[in-house]
Design a protein around this ligand. Structure first.
Ligand code: MAN
Ligand code: CA
Length: 232
């Protein structure tokens, strides 16, 4: 007898197993079963021997199946992992492509890039509200100044411009157009003063370019240049 037919009908011949498969199967069992399996090729095997051999082959076959199943599971895990990585990288590539297109678009239209945002400086003047609307139409907002670096960058543009800060809702409570409250502020000395009670509810970067602090509250109906900001 050269092989053993198991329940699945598969014929297993120990001599034809590849060496890793053989070691996987054999290593799990005792020397006894190895010897029994090794004697399979003999033609003069007794009945008792034959039963032993068949038992051993069953065990080996079972161990092989088990080992192959585990290997298959591991390969599936690895494949799933690779698939998820591929998915992640594909999304990231799309995201980067989109960013590149946006960057090219804004840069071409003369927007200035600083620290994660694009800025648009108008070449005509409007009221604060019209300026705000213009920014919205450009897919941006009137500039929101969040820190000293940004204030410095904007100040260096040397232009009197509306920014997205107002106390129109509640006098004296300054709010950015995105509803965030004012944290870092850069008022010029003496401002905000709601000068002569002229309803100065909107904020301009004023012409005191030499001063780090150069904001002024002014009447929202005044005509000024304006600054839009688009977060990238
Ligand atoms: C002008 C306006 C006011 C400002 C004063 C400062 O009147 O710009 O908003 O406060 O100057 O003297
Ligand atoms: Ca003022």
């Amino acid at each position: 007898m050269k092989g053993h037919r198991d329940e699945s009908g598969m014929v297993l011949d120990i001599r034809t197993l590849s060496s890793p498969a053989r070691s996987v199967g054999l290593n799990r069992f005792t020397d006894e079963s190895v010897e029994a399996a090794a004697s399979v090729s003999g033609t003069d095997v007794t009945c008792e021997n034959q039963t032993n051999v068949e038992d051993s082959l069953k065990k080996i076959n079972f161990a092989l199946q088990d080992s192959m199943n585990k290997e298959r599971e591991e390969q599936k895990r690895q494949l799933d992992y690779i698939a998820s990585q591929l998915n992640f990288l594909t999304k990231e590539r799309e995201e980067l492509k989109r960013k590149l297109v946006d960057f090219a678009h804004y840069a071409q239209q003369g927007w200035l890039y600083f620290n994660g945002s694009f800025y648009y400086i108008s070449s005509i003047t409007k009221t604060w509200q019209d300026s705000r609307d213009d920014c919205l139409q450009r897919g941006a907002v009137l500039a929101i100044i969040s820190n000293t670096e940004e204030q410095e960058f904007i100040r260096l543009q040397q232009k009197v411009m509306w920014i997205g800060l107002t106390d129109r809702e509640t006098e004296g409570v300054w709010k950015w157009v995105d509803e965030t409250p004012l944290t870092a502020s850069f008022w010029y000395s003496g401002e905000p003063n709601n000068f002569k009670h002229r309803n100065e509810d909107c904020v301009v970067i004023n012409h005191y370019y030499d001063y780090e602090n150069n904001w002024n509250d002014a009447a929202c109906e005044n005509l000024n240049f304006w600054l839009c900001e688009k977060d990238m």
